[in-house]
Design a protein around this ligand. Structure first.
Ligand code: NAP
Length: 210
């Protein structure tokens, strides 16, 4: 499938693009700045310019699947959390519906199922994620929502714990998140399901296999 990576210049996004390039899929990296293009085109990956705060319909031309890995990050205010993590994600879901995508994968966050139960400082972010996830769950799309624990920059272990609901909070390396997102694109048992994700004992390639 031709897979649009939304947030391709991000820490997870960059790893994800490379993993997709080495898979049966063809990534298309959506970036918002021309300076971000060469790193992808130099390795033979197509790019498309798109800003989640503007009109980015064109990014969906010729696309079969999308993975939303964007986010406003911790250095911007709550307004950007709503504009990017919530509204940008919802617009992406709506475009996914309009363009008839075969798959849509959302990188969400642990805690997005019950924002009111999260730490006070995180609730605004968790509500934004929750609303985006809810829109996707109510869409016609064949979706998978992945809610990781805290992201680390540790090297990938290749092993995770992926469950509808985990017993406790944990962490997971960005490389393992990227590997899991790429893998789930072609796993029928992940269709229309929502999972939490931390590092664990199961080989990513065996997750949901039986
Ligand atoms: P990241 O490095 O901050 O990447 C986020 C990407 O989103 C960046 O490339 C950024 O673009 C892009 N973006 C922001 N605003 C945009 C806009 N208006 N239009 C298009 N793209 C835009 O984040 P990460 O570490 O890869 O994490 C990915 C996501 O995982 C986070 O955003 C968060 O929602 C989720 N998550 C994080 C944690 C955690 O512990 N940090 C835990 C659970 C879930 P630029 O590169 O141009 O700035």
């Amino acid at each position: 499938m031709r897979v649009l990576v939304i947030g391709a210049n991000g820490k997870v996004g960059k790893i994800l693009v490379k993993k997709l390039k080495d898979s049966a899929h063809e990534p298309v990296a959506m970036v918002r700045d021309t300076d971000q293009i060469p790193q992808f085109e130099d390795i033979g990956v197509k790019t498309v310019l798109g800003d989640l705060e503007k009109d980015f319909d064109k990014a969906f031309y010729g696309i079969d699947a999308a993975i939303f890995a964007a986010g406003s990050g911790p250095h911007t205010g709550p307004d950007k959390t709503v504009l990017i993590d919530q509204e940008g994600a919802i617009k992406s879901v709506e475009l996914g519906e309009r363009f008839g995508l075969q798959r849509f994968i959302m990188l969400s966050s642990m805690g997005a199922d019950d924002p009111a139960a999260g730490p006070k400082a995180m609730q605004h972010y968790l509500y934004a994620k929750h609303r985006a996830d809810e829109r996707l769950e109510n869409s016609d799309l064949n979706y998978t929502i992945v809610r990781p624990g805290g992201l680390t920059n540790q090297p990938g272990t290749g092993k995770v714990n992926l469950k509808g609901k985990l017993d406790e909070f944990g962490s997971v390396s960005r490389e393992d998140v990227a590997e899991t997102l790429a893998y789930l694109l072609s796993v029928p048992r992940a269709d229309k399901r929502t999972f939490e994700l931390v590092n664990g004992d199961q080989e990513i390639g065996e997750v949901l296999a039986y």
